[in-house]
Design a protein around this ligand. Structure first.
Ligand SMILES: C=CC1=C(C)c2cc3[nH]c(cc4nc(cc5[nH]c(cc1n2)c(C)c5CCC(=O)O)C(CCC(=O)O)=C4C)c(C)c3C=C
Ligand SMILES: [Fe+2]
Ligand SMILES: [Fe+2]
Length: 339
């Protein structure tokens, strides 16, 4: 049976099935054993991840997931499904939208099996990451290509690559920010998920990342440089919001150890507070759905520390989730690469 429709597969990182220690352990095991996430030699990765990182991390991560969990489950998952429903209505009958996660559920292997069995011959893969990274976009594309081969599926694949500079994406994020009165804030921080410095060095073959110009422009050799894309996203958002130099800066959150991209968001927030910026608005434009890293890390943990140290307000800008303007942007991005 041949299916003339185009399948669209939305993919994100994934969450544990439940906020319980066993589920979080399984999630972290699948996530951190990915060689594009912890890119160390096999035996060293196995030892570090399974014997050190997970046993030391799993209790605290479970506690954070318990704080995050809602009646509808994990925000990352339920927002992805809300997004899917609205996108389906927008794209119409020539497309069918699916959701899968790189780690845990919905399992991308089962979703690919379903797409194959239903006779689709065209697939648009949409990794939901505005900025390209080996640990996100690259691992997602790799996993899907491998799975299609494994299942001997003769399906043409197109991929929506990084989209940080898509004007509708920028407008949609700026619109989320404009829900707050910008004049009530002393400063704006654009906080991105960090990466180990080693990953940045890999994005700069034969170039010294220390002297790379990616804070001010995207160099020709740095199109896939996550750092360059984060700074470029910030320039575009700042322009759209009418922010001037000195009113905002870039920072990186969620580090696993000290050898991650700097400046660190928690440190920047306190530095700015010491400079007298007592009301700070935080955008997190590496995330298209709210998740542990936005709701808990910024909205809870960083906010609590900021207020404890004398800050008056730390406000997280909600992510795009299933906002109409984002669905419009997705529609455009899909049709741009579609067959
Ligand atoms: C936005 C893009 C992301 C990049 C880049 C990224 C890199 C990256 N992450 C880890 C380790 C962890 N990340 C975790 C959660 C998490 N990460 C992203 C996105 C990116 N990660 C999201 C959206 C989430 C939240 C998922 C949710 O369920 O809400 C976690 C789990 C939580 C915890 O224990 O802190 C880990 C671990 C690495 C090592 C890495 C790059 C090398
Ligand atoms: Fe992460
Ligand atoms: Fe760079």
């Amino acid at each position: 049976m041949k299916n003339d429709k185009t399948a669209v597969l939305l993919m994100n990182v994934g969450s544990p099935n439940e906020p319980k220690i066993g589920s979080v352990w399984r999630y972290l095991t699948e996530f951190l054993n990915d060689k594009r996430v912890i890119d160390l030699p096999f035996l060293l990765r196995k030892f570090l991840v399974n014997c050190i990182i997970i046993p030391f991390r799993v209790r605290n991560s479970t506690k954070l997931y318990q704080m995050l969990w809602t009646e509808k489950g994990s925000p990352l998952i339920f927002y992805s499904f809300e997004m899917k429903e609205k996108l389906q209505a927008k794209l119409g009958d020539n497309y069918e939208v699916f959701v899968a996660m790189r780690y845990q559920n919905p399992d991308f292997r089962k979703v690919i099996g379903n797409i194959k069995q239903r006779g689709f011959k065209k697939l648009v893969l949409f990794p939901l990451y505005p900025q390209h990274a080996m640990s996100t976009t690259e691992t997602t594309v790799f996993a899907i290509e491998k799975e299609l081969k494994q299942q001997k599926a003769t399906i043409d694949l197109k991929v929506v690559g990084q989209f940080y500079d898509n004007p509708q994406f920028i407008k949609a994020f700026a619109e989320q920010g404009r829900k707050y009165d910008l004049s009530k804030f002393d400063y704006v921080v654009f906080s991105y998920h960090g990466l180990p410095n080693r990953h940045l060095e890999k994005a700069h073959p034969n170039i010294d990342p220390e002297t790379c110009s990616c804070e001010v422009s995207v160099p020709s050799y740095g199109k896939q440089c996550y750092r360059a894309s984060c700074y470029a996203t910030t320039r575009l958002l700042a322009k759209e919001l009418g922010l001037e130099a000195g009113q905002y800066s870039v920072a990186f959150q969620s580090r696993l150890d000290k050898n991650w991209m700097e400046p660190f968001t928690d440190k920047v927030l306190i530095e700015k507070l010491k400079e007298g910026k007592k009301r700070i608005l935080v955008f997190a434009p590496a995330f298209v759905t709210d998740c542990l890293e936005t709701i808990i890390e910024i909205g809870d943990e960083y906010r609590e520390i900021f207020l404890e140290q004398g800050g008056m307000d730390l406000q997280l800008v909600e992510s795009l989730n299933a906002e109409d303007s984002w669905i419009e942007a997705m529609d455009g991005l899909i049709k741009h690469v579609a067959f």
